[in-house]
Design a protein around this ligand. Structure first.
Ligand code: NI
Length: 169
């Protein structure tokens, strides 16, 4: 396992449509482990493979909306994820991105989404998410399509430390 360098805006690699994973081999397991390690080191709650220089459709998320102090964050691995359902309701909130350091923006997202994907071993999974988790999934899946939150944000600005606290990505 290794902490990898995070690719920063405006690197062209962040703008590519990432390729689907075909083989669930040892190389993929190492990539996923490196993504978790890099995300924790940053720290962040979500990371897409293009952010460490691999143009592949892989997302990792580590997050819980349980606010108790001893709550363990949940780990998610999404390989070749697709959003298959979106709520009618949308929510606008602050987002940041490890690839766009020092900035934040207000982004409108679906309040809830259903995601179909494969797990790290190629098994099909289906996840329903709402609130922040749904936001994180949408932000990370955007990365796989070369889309950054700054493309969607109505306002991008340098956040104060208090505003930075609110930003979970
Ligand atoms: Ni991001």
């Amino acid at each position: 396992m290794a902490v990898r360098e995070i690719v920063k805006y405006p690197a062209p690699l962040l703008r590519l449509k990432a390729k689907p994973v075909q083989v669930f081999d040892k190389t993929l397991q190492t990539l996923i482990d490196d993504m978790f390690e890099t995300m924790r080191d940053a720290p962040g709650v979500g990371l897409a493979a293009p952010q460490i220089g691999e143009s592949l459709r892989v997302v990792v998320v580590e997050y819980t909306d349980d606010e108790r102090e001893d709550a363990r964050p949940k780990k998610y691995v999404l390989v070749n994820p697709e959003i298959v359902r979106e709520s009618e309701e949308t929510v606008t909130d602050l987002e940041g991105c490890l690839s766009v350091p020092g900035l934040a923006g207000e982004v409108e997202r679906f309040e809830a989404v259903t995601v179909q994907a494969k797990n790290r071993f190629g098994k099909p999974i289906k996840l329903k998410a709402s609130g922040w988790l749904a936001r994180i999934f949408q932000h990370e899946i955007d990365h796989l399509n070369g889309v950054l939150y700054i493309d969607r944000a109505t306002r991008v600005f340098q956040p104060t430390p208090e505003e930075m606290e609110q930003i979970k990505d």
